[in-house]
Design a protein around this ligand. Structure first.
Ligand SMILES: [Zn+2]
Ligand SMILES: [Zn+2]
Length: 128
């Protein structure tokens, strides 16, 4: 078996720098095939599709999908709303989240809450 040094190694997706990655699977990112070039490049909100001001973008990391690397970003209002809805749906069935003494132990619930806060913190603009 020869090493296939001529081919580029598959790039694993980069984890978001600041965004809680554990929340991502619960946010239902749109199908990359349905996105515009601006959305896959992170210039437009992955949900609302509006251009995002540089100081109001929430970086969702890099995602490899069918060999295509995308760089999804969200505006603040979209990610805050998505995270809030996902948190409500998740915590309904999660005993850890509903226990006020240890709700931060739930990586999903706590991750979604931090995602919501991050979205609320960044500037307005984008889709709303
Ligand atoms: Zn948006
Ligand atoms: Zn939970």
């Amino acid at each position: 078996m020869a090493h296939r040094t001529a081919t580029h190694p598959a790039r694993a997706g980069r984890q978001p720098a600041a965004f809680p990655a554990e929340a991502l699977p619960y946010l239902s990112l749109p199908d990359p095939a349905a996105l515009t070039a601006d959305q896959t490049a992170g210039r437009a909100c992955i949900w609302g599709g509006r251009p995002i001001p540089a100081d109001a973008a929430v970086d969702l990391g890099e995602h490899l999908h069918d060999g295509v690397l995308t760089f999804p970003q969200s505006c603040g209002p979209c990610i805050a709303t998505r995270a809030q809805n996902a948190l409500a749906a998740h915590s309904f069935d999660c005993a850890t989240c509903r226990d006020r003494a240890r709700w931060t132990d739930c990586t999903v619930g706590y991750g979604l809450l931090r995602a919501q806060r991050q979205g609320s913190r960044v500037g307005q603009g984008g889709c709303r």
